[in-house]
Write a protein that binds this ligand. Structure first.
Ligand code: ATP
Length: 442
């Protein structure tokens, strides 16, 4: 077995996109109707991977802490929220059209704002106009102004407008946080790079409310903690960096923002932003709604508006980073083996149960082994094709363990456990199988 070089970055992207389609991670949306630009559906394997990314986040941000609680707020929201948050006025990108080829671009993403990257036209761009990224719709049958609603462009505002509700219901006090995972929608001018930038995507956001004097220390804490989350789930540090924003990049209310960035095939790109937002959000909503959004500290007899530290990550974008980082090829006995070296916690299937042959006598035992494992972990069951091809398929899905039931199994009540990364095989009694596998999947 020898290493072949990791595919160069352009082909890496193509290979991951192809694998995603072929193995059921991500499909182009509405494909039978010719597709719907930059919209994707998550297939049988992708839905598991995406769910595992979200579960890993929820586990670390909510389950493993006693200072964060969860929320699932509505996607449809009234204009008042976006008026107060500033999104109606400021959530815009500068849009330019090329008069020659009619392509549209985000002016701030052009390498040379005087030259069209599509047709090479010089000075062919229109004046930039600010284009609001929010999707606007109408709630109810009448398309009047009174019925206007927006699809949320971020999950964060749901946490701010529920600040008092959560405070009262959970009996938490600052420092404490509200976490949410859910869909967000942005009418991006230039979606692309597979699921990196789409108009419909999923976010994982925490709003962490702290006494003002503790804001800086919590900001630093969350920068460290969030960076480490990606490392712990297997992103190599050579492909990960924390990039503090320059002062001119900062939003007017932010006293510090750092992005966790991943080295995508086309260069560094943001996975998550960690921002010190001050008291901007609660103050805005308090002013606009007339409701008090502050905290009365009985211990010190003082009332204050908590400051907010916000780690805001993209679930779908992060899933793509995990896929790119896990993709590997190596040569095994003259053949190329493709393997997704996903962290076991992220792997769509943890175990594949494979009866060596479809012969009737192996099936009852194989089904018993499957039933033994299913209550513990997500399993695949595959009885078709030669065993070697089935192993390769599981390698491409990132399945950490294959359990093979062969004819000896019927007499020795043992199975062969094959490990994905080393391809080592060990014989394990069925009675010990759960105890053997579970610690290796944590
Ligand atoms: P970008 O600069 O890439 O447009 P942003 O700074 O506007 O992103 P935030 O508003 O900070 O992004 O959102 C937090 C996270 O949500 C991002 O780090 C990213 O992972 C994810 N995200 C934002 N927009 C999209 C999108 N259009 N498609 C997929 N994920 C997105």
């Amino acid at each position: 077995m020898s290493e072949v070089s990791v595919p160069n970055d352009v082909t890496l992207m193509e290979k991951v996109v192809n694998l995603s389609k072929r193995r059921g991670f991500v499909f182009p949306s509405a494909e039978i109707y010719g597709g719907f630009r930059s919209t994707y559906d998550y297939g049988p394997i992708g839905v598991q991977l995406l769910r595992n990314v979200k579960d890993a986040w929820w586990r670390s941000m909510v389950q493993m802490r006693d200072d964060v609680v969860g929320l699932d707020a509505a996607i449809l929201s009234p204009p008042a929220i976006w008026e107060a948050s500033g999104h109606l006025k400021n959530f815009t990108d500068p849009l330019v059209d090329c008069r020659q080829c009619r392509e549209r671009y985000r002016e701030d993403q052009l390498e040379d704002p005087t030259t069209c990257p599509g047709c090479g036209g010089k000075g062919t761009f229109t004046e930039a106009r600010n284009f609001n990224l929010m999707f606007k719709t109408h709630a109810g049958p009448v398309e009047s102004d009174a019925a206007v609603a927006y699809l949320r462009p971020e999950t964060a505002q749901g946490m701010f407008v529920n600040f008092s509700n959560v405070l009262q219901a959970s009996r938490k006090k600052p420092p404490f946080g509200i976490a949410q995972i859910g869909k967000s929608f942005r009418n991006e001018i230039t979606p692309g790079n597979f699921v990196f930038r789409t108009r419909e995507f999923e976010q994982m956001e925490l709003e962490f409310f702290v006494p003002p004097e503790e804001a800086q220390q919590w900001y630093e804490y969350w920068c460290r903690t969030r960076y480490q989350w990606y490392v712990d789930l297997g992103i190599p540090e050579s492909k990960l960096r924390m990039r503090p924003h320059d002062p001119d990049e900062l939003s007017h209310y932010s006293s510090g923002t750092s992005d966790v960035e991943f080295l995508f095939p086309w260069g560094w790109g943001e996975l998550e932003g960690v921002a010190n937002r001050g008291d901007y959000d609660l103050t805005q909503h308090a002013t606009h709604s007339g409701e008090r959004l502050d905290y009365f500290d009985q211990a010190t007899n003082t009332r204050y508006v908590p400051h907010v530290i916000e780690p805001a990550a993209g679930a779908t974008r992060t899933m793509m980073a995990f896929l790119l980082a896990a993709y590997d090829e190596e040569e095994v006995r003259g053949e190329t083996r493709t393997v997704l070296r996903l962290h076991p916690r992220l792997a769509p299937y943890k175990v594949a149960v494979l009866p060596l042959s479809k012969k009737d006598d192996l099936m009852p035992m194989a089904r018993e082994v499957l039933a033994l494992l299913q209550p513990h972990v997500m399993c695949d069951f595959d009885e078709t094709q030669a065993i070697g091809r089935r192993y390769r398929r599981q390698d491409e899905l990132g399945t950490p363990f294959c359990v093979t039931i062969d004819f000896d199994s019927l007499t020795d009540q043992s199975v062969t456990v094959r490990e994905r990364d080393t391809m080592d095989q060990v014989r394990v009694p069925v009675a010990d199988l759960v105890a053997h596998l579970l610690p290796r999947l944590a």
